[in-house]
Design a protein around this ligand. Structure first.
Ligand code: AP5
Length: 191
């Protein structure tokens, strides 16, 4: 399976990506995690990305696309992958198609986890207490949600138009949401 996971910040993309990667035996590739590893390692990419991440803005496309291209070319992603947090705007979605075409592959699905903004804000403020992620502050969460609304949400229609969209209700317990995704993906691939 080659799929992307869509949904607002705090929808549970990272949580579900790890479980789905386990279930389907494919790598979960999170652009946010790769950026955070670079920030922690104080690489040049990390130093550049940090200012955008701390402000809740998207890291520039040319940096993000190059990073994803590199990652998708690795052996473990050859037979499938789950992209968490990429693409995040329509330009990235177009570039992803080109990257996959170069690799002789194509996307099988775009799984969107839907959760209302009040719930995601509560979840991220909850995580701030335990993990202290730099971008889990109220003003930055507000900005991330605005960026999601303007740049990422239009991807729903983009993938729907191509028959790839699988929408799943992300409200409720983590296990319940995983079960919904697996069953929606099975239904989509058999239809
Ligand atoms: P990224 O790391 O992708 O952050 P995000 O999209 O804001 O998503 P989060 O990780 O906050 O939430 P999530 O949906 O993964 O939910 P999670 O499972 O963690 O990106 C960070 C930054 O990197 C961006 O702002 C940008 O600067 C940059 N970036 C990344 N990708 C980029 C790209 N493609 N282009 C440009 N820039 C990019 O869950 C959240 C919390 O909720 C957790 O505490 C979890 O335990 C809890 N939770 C999960 N599921 C449930 C549930 N069902 N019920 C209750 N709680 C739950």
């Amino acid at each position: 399976m080659r799929a992307v996971l869509l949904g607002p910040p705090g929808a549970g993309k990272g949580t579900q990506a790890a479980r789905l990667a386990d279930h389907y035996g494919i790598p979960a590739i999170s652009t946010g995690d790769i950026f955070r590893a670079n920030v922690a390692g104080e690489t040049e990419l990390g130093l550049t990305a940090k200012s955008y991440m701390d402000a809740g803005e998207l890291v520039p496309d040319e940096l993000t696309n190059a990073m994803v291209k590199d990652r998708l070319a690795q052996d473990d992603a050859r037979d499938g992958f789950l992209l968490d947090g990429y693409p995040r705007n329509s330009d990235q979605a177009v570039v992803l198609d080109l990257m996959l075409a170069d690799l002789g592959a194509a996307l099988d699905g775009a799984i969107e986890i839907t959760v209302d903004f009040d719930e995601v804000t509560d979840r991220l403020l909850g995580r701030a207490q335990t993990e202290g992620r730099d971008d889990d502050t109220e003003p930055v969460i507000r900005k991330r949600l605005e960026v999601y609304r303007t740049s990422t949400a239009p991807l729903t229609a983009f993938y729907e138009g191509r028959g790839l969209l699988v929408q799943v209700d992300g409200m409720g317990g983590v296990d319940e949401v995983t079960e919904r995704i697996v069953s929606a993906v099975e239904h989509h691939s058999s239809s």
